[in-house]
Design a binder for this molecule. Structure first.
Ligand code: ADP
Ligand code: MG
Length: 870
């Protein structure tokens, strides 16, 4: 076999170390990919696949992207869940002896991107690291692009569930695990099915206590246990250390961005299962998975990217602590009351750039001059914001004031160094402000003045030689030259040295020109280098202020969110809820924040709610389809949740006792695609609620029991109500229960704390009008036929349906029907007799059959049945 070419050898040596990434191999102005990487990337990026000589008989498959437009291509690969390893030329190819040195400078992965083009402003991009040790788990989520790092320690019985809860809350785009995760099938299955994230199993060596200790000391100092609260050797410490090790391997620099670890405990926040988050449509809709139509969409009036990320986080994690909630509400209220202050603040906030992500690029050294200037512009806004809130009285906002650093020194430092019209790259220079550095000024004089010398020299030579068309030009190969037309070459002085002959011109150089040239070229080269160096120094100096900038960014984000809450409250006519530790949830004229926004305020009908753990534990809500049962129950849950994030609420008056979790079981979420039947999903969810809800929870059950036969369904629904509502040692938590089983309304007289409600409709002749008003007592009718009429079922069908209904309702007809039913029933008994058929039926997976396959299966079954009956 022929030898590989030297460059290909180099390629393979590097590729060997980064097998799991697509290798972008820098060759001049391109990043090239080879072999399998090339085949994969050409497909994913729709690039032309070519070949390159590699010393072997067959050419190596190759494709490439231009260096200057590579970011977009990398972004697309990252979005598809790949990792991209960037291999750069480590020396100037024109100066290199032999093969150019190359090395990996960074591996870009979904969880480690910092480029703004690859990030969503309004969302944190988390990389998670989980270290499992028996019944314990250390869990950390870091956003490299903003420097935030949340860590928590999980332990106890339901470790998998706790872990899933955290994963759903943070939705990481990349997850690191130790090998123990392989035993947790439920978690891995969930990640595969529901979280679009890249999963990495790290090597055991990343979790060795000694190595971890060293990493943590290096990152956070030798007293890290004290400063971060991470106990040496604990699962949590190991998960953080493994994350750092991974970042070192992939990022090579910028890891110092992670300075502060925020240790939290799951018990600080309301527990919300993944299903409930989805059902309540907190941050994305169930259907389109979009923001429009969600609670976040209604609440978010933030002005900054940092605020956008924080409000999302707050919506995802409502608080439990009454004092904390009220502090936020105080802040919201103060801004709500002062319209002038709020609108001034929002205007100023609108001029604040994304400090968190700017700082990351400063630390990575990849910030552009323009971005650094934006940083100083943002610093310029801070004093104004401080002045605006300096008159505020609430502890919440006074605290924010104390945390916003005006960063005057950072601003001064940047403005002294950077030209206000600085370009977005360093390539052409012009970054450093005149007067900042005397050498820069001198070099600029030479470069610019040098051009003046050239025109001077040109005029002088024209006069000396008498050649009026003599000119001085420049090209990359020969540098500066004197050009004259061939017709006049006889008049050239002796000190002109011929350099190049063209079709009708000759080019010369002289000593004088050479000297001038080296001065000019030397100066502009030196200038570019010097500007780069001064710029890097500046970045280094700003990086030192990381903690101050970070703290300011966090305070600005909070202020932005409180402003947003206040603005939404004003615009949508919300009130401040009274939040306490009682068990009561009392809502006067509550509205659904999203539906009200969709339908228009004038159309939405407000409703009251009265729930507690005593006389009003369980509200059984009946009423025809489309009456508004689901809307009413969700509105109650959302109001309770909004109160606990510190927002005002859509109602006239609300008293909200803090709830520890909200559970929902809402009909529509069919999980057919995951291969489970609706009924199975429903029952799993109900089981989970019964198991996990506490007396302090709020439970919403929307038409459970629908997925099975009427009697089964009703029995289950009834048993669930009894179990939940009965105070005899059971739950007795606040529950809303919508049902189409009328029979359940009897429970009001049987179980204490059960109250019947229905959503009123008005019937006139055949037509019904939805009043949307909740009233005490059971619904008197299901109005199924009337609703069908509203829905546009043909008149003939409606008429026939009414006949059938009448027959059913009149005694004799009912008998006839019942008898007929029995007749059928016997026949079913007989039908079910051949066990072989039953078995075959059971084996059929109807959900995956195509219509044609189904037809064939039916045909086959029928034939076999005919056989058996013989
Ligand atoms: P149900 O669960 O009883 O079948 P829904 O809660 O789904 O009914 O409500 C059906 C529709 O009625 C909703 O899409 C909404 O547009 C409208 N609706 C519900 N409640 C109200 C209300 N209080 N005011 C105005 N419109 C409402
Ligand atoms: Mg409904």
């Amino acid at each position: 076999m022929a030898e590989l070419s030297p460059m290909m050898k180099q390629y393979f040596e590097i590729k060997e170390q980064y097998k799991d990434a697509i290798l972008f191999f820098r060759l001049g102005d391109f990043y090239e990919m080879f072999f399998d990487d090339a085949i994969l990337a050409s497909k994913e990026l729709e690039l032309t696949l070519t070949g390159r000589d590699c010393g072997q008989e067959e050419r190596a498959p190759m494709c490439g992207v231009p260096f200057h437009s590579s970011e977009g291509y990398i972004a697309r690969l990252i979005a598809k869940g790949y990792k991209v390893a960037i291999c750069e030329q480590m020396e100037d190819p024109s100066l290199a002896k032999g093969l150019v040195k190359r090395d990996i400078i960074r591996v870009i992965t979904p969880g480690t991107v910092i480029e703004s083009s690859m990030l969503d402003d309004a969302k944190n991009n988390y990389i998670g690291s989980v270290c499992l040790m028996g019944k314990e788990a250390g869990v950390v989520f870091a956003d490299i692009s903003t420097g935030v790092c949340h860590a928590t320690h999980l332990s106890g019985e339901k470790l998998d569930e706790q872990l899933l809860g955290e994963l759903c809350r943070f939705c990481p785009s990349e997850l690191l695990f130790n090998a123990e995760i392989l035993a947790h099938k439920r978690v891995t299955g969930y990640i595969k099915d529901h979280l679009a994230c890249l999963v990495e199993l790290l090597d055991e060596t990343d979790y060795r206590p000694a190595a971890c200790q060293e990493k943590l000391e290096h990152q956070f100092g030798t007293d890290y246990e004290k400063t971060t609260g991470l106990a040496a050797g604990s699962a949590l410490a190991l998960s953080v250390a493994a994350l750092i090790a991974y970042l070192e391997r992939t990022q090579k620099k910028g890891i110092e961005r992670l300075k502060v670890v925020d240790l939290y405990s799951g018990s600080e926040y309301m527990r919300l299962s993944p299903v409930t988050r989805a059902n309540l449509e907190l941050t994305e809709t169930m259907r389109g998975r979009e923001k429009r139509g969600t609670l976040l969409w209604v609440l978010d009036k933030t002005e900054t990217a940092m605020g956008k990320r924080l409000i999302r986080a707050w919506v995802e994690q409502p608080l439990l602590n009454v004092a904390q909630i009220n502090a936020r509400l105080d802040g919201t209220e103060e801004l709500y009351r002062d319209n002038v202050l709020r609108s001034d603040l929002m205007e100023e906030l609108g001029r604040v750039f994304d400090l968190e992500r700017l700082m990351t690029r400063v630390i990575y050294g990849s910030a552009s001059p323009k971005e650094v200037y934006a940083l100083s512009a943002t610093c310029g806004v801070l004093p104004g914001i401080r002045t605006l809130i300096s008159g505020c009285k609430t502890a919440e906002i006074r605290d924010l004031l104390s945390r916003i650093d005006p960063l005057q020194d950072v601003k001064d430092r940047i403005e002294a160094a950077i030209d206000e019209n600085a370009p977005s790259t360093l390539k052409e220079g012009g970054v450093i402000r005149t007067g900042y550095n005397s050498e820069v000024d001198e070099l600029r004089d030479i470069v610019h003045g040098g051009k003046g010398f050239l025109t001077g020299l040109e005029t002088k030579l024209r006069e000396e030689t008498g050649i009026s068309k003599l000119k001085i030009g420049y090209n990359r190969v020969f540098g500066y030259y004197i050009e004259v037309s061939r017709a006049v070459t006889a008049e050239i002085p002796a000190n002109f040295v011929r350099k190049q002959t063209l079709a009708n011109a000759e080019r010369y150089i002289t000593d004088e020109l050479k000297q001038l040239e080296s001065r000019i070229l030397g100066a502009s080269e030196r200038l570019v280098l010097l500007e780069r160096q001064l710029f890097d120094d500046l970045l280094g100096d700003i990086a030192k202020e990381l903690l101050r900038v970070q703290a300011t960014a966090a305070a600005i984000a909070e202020l932005d969110v409180l402003c947003s809450f206040a603005e939404t409250a004003r615009k949508n006519n919300y009130v401040r809820p009274i939040v306490n530790n009682g068990d009561e949830l009392k809502i006067v004229e509550g509205r659904h924040p999203v539906v009200e926004k969709m339908t228009g305020k004038s159309i939405f009908v407000p409703n009251d709610t009265e729930l507690d753990c005593r006389d009003n534990r369980m509200l059984i809500i009946t009423g025809p389809n489309m009456a508004g049962k689901s809307t009413y129950m969700r509105q109650t849950a959302l109001i309770s949740l909004m109160a606990q994030i510190g927002s005002f609420v859509p109602a006239k008056e609300v008293v909200a006792g803090v709830v520890d979790s909200i559970f929902t079981r809402v009909g529509a979420a069919d999980d057919l695609s995951a291969g489970k039947s609706t009924f199975m999903v429903e029952m799993t969810e109900v089981a989970e609620i019964l198991e996990k809800a506490t007396r302090k929870s709020l439970v919403v059950l929307d038409e459970i029991g629908r997925g099975t036969s009427t009697f089964d369904g009703m029995s289950i629904a009834r048993a669930v109500v009894e179990h939940m509502a009965d105070d005899g040692g059971h739950l007795a938590c606040k529950t809303l229960f919508a049902t189409h089983y009328h029979e359940l309304t009897e429970l009001e007289s049987e179980i204490e704390g059960v109250k019947n409600y229905n959503i009123a409709v008005k019937k006139r002749g055949d037509d019904i009008t939805f009043l949307r008003r909740i009233v005490r007592g059971p619904a008197d009718d299901s109005y199924g036929i009337e609703v069908s009429k509203l829905a546009g079922l043909p008149d003939a069908v409606i008429v026939r349906a009414k006949e059938v209904l009448k027959e059913l309702e009149s005694g004799s007809a009912v008998n006839a029907v019942t008898q007929m039913d029995f007749g059928n029933f016997e026949r079913y008994e007989k039908l079910s007799a051949p066990p072989k058929l039953v078995e075959q039926l059971r084996a059929l997976d109807v959900e995956t059959l195509t219509p044609l396959e189904a037809l064939n299966a039916l045909y086959r079954l029928k034939q076999e049945f005919a056989e058996e009956e013989k």
